[in-house]
Design a protein around this ligand. Sequence first.
Ligand code: ZN
Length: 248
Amino acid sequence: MRILFNKINVKRSKRALAALLCLGLISCAQGNSTPLQKACVTGSGQEALYNGHWLVHPVPLAVQTGDFSAGELNTIVASIETWNSFFAASKGFKLYLNNGADLGMMGAGGTRATSATICSQREVGPSNFTSSLMIYKNTSNWTYGSSVMGLTSTCPVSSGGTFNSFSAAVMELNYVNFYRAGTPTPDLQSIVTHELGHLLGLNHSCVGSGCSGAPADYSAAIMFPTFSIGTQKRSLNTNDEGRANCLY
Ligand SMILES: [Zn+2]
């Protein structure tokens, strides 16, 4: 069973981009983190596969108190550290605010944005973030497709530059169809690392028919649109790195 990438464009006052990581049974090559790519490199056919970027960083991330187990929090932090280590080596800064155990906590019970509502809030000002970006478990109302393991929604605003700027974003993880009794348990670190690539502005390494016969480094990228349960894909490859360098 191969599940294709889905992308939802939500028409609201602003356009929200929702990028989904889907379940597939095709085999995914392990990402390759060497050699470090420090240049901006966009591969053939990837020119439009950027959703936007943050004009301000570091980007603060937070979960709601009590939502994730200690083990899950460690996993999320490890995914953050993958991107932070890359940006530190390539650009000399850490893109995400959070380091080590310093994942932000929000009070339990707060409003959880979805792809439909994310553009109704604004989380960044001209020089600083006014709110952390939330990562949360969706345990009861997953409307994006039962094979979709995670979904990151960003709200792009025209910035006058090469890329749109983001005004808000949210990451939802599918705990309706996964991670509960009787459901599959895909590698959470792989999924969160992929979703964090969306959160910083990358679309997939290829989309739709463009994935047929795509170069090997596109399918090896963390940003490849499908992921196989039972495998791990936790590292960035040079394609992920080259594209991320173009955004920051
Ligand atoms: Zn995705």
